[in-house]
Ligand binder design. Structure first.
Ligand code: PHE
Ligand code: FE
Length: 289
C-alpha cells in the first residue's frame, strides 16, 4: 500500500511491476503488445476454471455481470471493458503497474477509476500469487463495478479513505475493505455466496469460504470488522456476512471519525476471531490475489 519508502502490504519483496511506466497518479497505459501467447492462455485457463466454480458459490449480482467483461479466451482490452462499464455505472478501469500507495488508490476510487494491474501471473503461479495481478483485479473486482450499489460503495470507500488518511485511520478502514470488497460473503435465499474479489478470483478459497466447516462466519458490523486483524498468506479464518449489497451501503453511510477514535481504545480480534493483545497490527495491504 504505501510508496517510497513503500510498504507494499506485508511482503518483503519489492513489487514486480515496472513503475517507471506510470504517471504521477500511478496509472499507465495497458501494455497490450507485451502479452505473450502464454499470458493469454493463462488468462483463458484461469477464467475457465473459476467460471466453472461460480454456480452455487458466487453471488447472483456477480454471475449476472461477469459476461460484461467480454471475451474470455484472451486478456481483454481495458478500453473495450470501459465502453460497457462507463455507460453502466460511470466507472472506468485504469491500468497500473501493481499495488499503489494508499492515498493514490483512494483518490482513484473517489473519482470512479478502478486501478487494474496490467500484467498476469506466470504459469507456475496458476493456483496462488502473493500480489494482485490482472486476473485478480479484473475477474475479481470489475464485474461488481457494473452493479450500481457496489459501484457507489467503492467510490464512497475511496472518499472515506482520503478522510481516514488525514485522520491516521487507514489501518482500521483497510480492514473493512479486506472483509467486504476482498473477502465478503452474502446470504442469499439459496445459501451463502461470495461477493469478495479475493475469494472470487481464487479457486481454493471460493470453495473453502462457502463450504468449509472450519472458518467462522460472523454477521458484518463495521465495528467488528475494523477491530479484526487478518492474514494475507492463508485462507481467511473469519468471514463477515451481509444480507444484501444495499445493507452494506447503508451500514457504512455514517461518519467514521468518531468511530475511529472509539475503536483505538478497544482490544483487537485476531484473524481467527479470538481476542488479540492490544498491540496494533502491522500496516495492512489492500489486496491479495
Ligand atoms: N462513511 C465513511 C466515513 O465517514 C466512508 C465510507 C463509506 C467508508 C463507505 C467505507 C465505505 O469515513
Ligand atoms: Fe483486490
Amino acid at each position: 500500500m504505501g510508496q517510497a519508502p513503500v510498504v507494499y502490504g506485508q511482503s518483503e519483496r519489492p513489487p514486480r511491476g515496472d513503475y517507471s511506466r506510470a504517471a504521477g497518479d500511478y496509472t499507465c497505459a495497458q501494455d497490450y503488445a507485451a502479452y505473450t501467447e502464454t499470458d493469454h492462455d493463462t488468462y483463458r485457463r484461469l477464467h475457465a476454471r473459476q467460471s466453472a466454480l461460480l454456480p452455487g458459490r458466487a453471488c447472483a449480482e456477480f454471475i449476472a455481470a461477469l459476461p460484461s467483461l467480454g471475451a474470455h479466451d484472451r486478456i481483454p482490452r481495458f478500453e473495450d471493458i470501459n465502453a460497457r462499464l462507463m455507460p453502466a455505472t460511470g466507472w472506468q478501469i485504469v491500468a497500473v503497474p501493481g499495488l499503489i500507495p494508499e492515498l493514490a488508490f483512494f483518490e482513484l476510487l473517489a473519482a470512479r477509476r478502478f486501478p487494474v494491474t496490467d500484467w498476469i501471473r506466470t504459469p507456475a503461479e496458476f493456483d496462488y500469487i502473493v500480489e494482485p495481478d490482472i486476473f485478480h483485479d479484473l475477474f475479481g473486482h470489475v464485474p461488481l463495478l457494473f452493479n450500481p450499489v457496489l459501484a457507489d460503495y467503492v467510490q464512497r470507500y475511496g472518499q472515506g479513505g482520503i478522510k481516514a488518511h488525514g485522520l491516521g485511520a487507514c489501518e482500521l478502514l483497510a480492514r473493512l475493505y479486506w472483509y467486504t470488497i476482498e473477502f465478503g460473503l452474502i446470504r442469499e435465499a439459496g445459501g451463502l455466496r461470495a461477493y469478495g474479489a479475493g475469494i472470487l478470483s481464487s479457486g481454493g478459497e471460493l470453495v473453502h469460504s462457502v463450504e468449509s466447516p472450519l472458518p467462522q462466519r460472523v454477521p458484518l458490523t463495521v465495528e467488528r470488522a475494523m477491530r479484526s486483524r487478518y492474514k494475507i498468506d492463508s485462507y481467511q479464518q473469519t468471514y463477515f456476512v451481509i444480507d444484501s449489497l444495499q445493507q452494506l451501503f447503508d451500514m457504512t453511510a455514517g461518519d467514521f471519525a468518531p468511530l475511529y477514535a472509539q475503536l483505538r481504545e478497544l482490544p483487537e480480534f485476531a484473524a481467527d476471531g479470538g481476542l488479540a493483545s492490544a498491540t496494533p497490527a502491522a500496516p495492512a495491504p489492500r489486496n491479495r490475489a
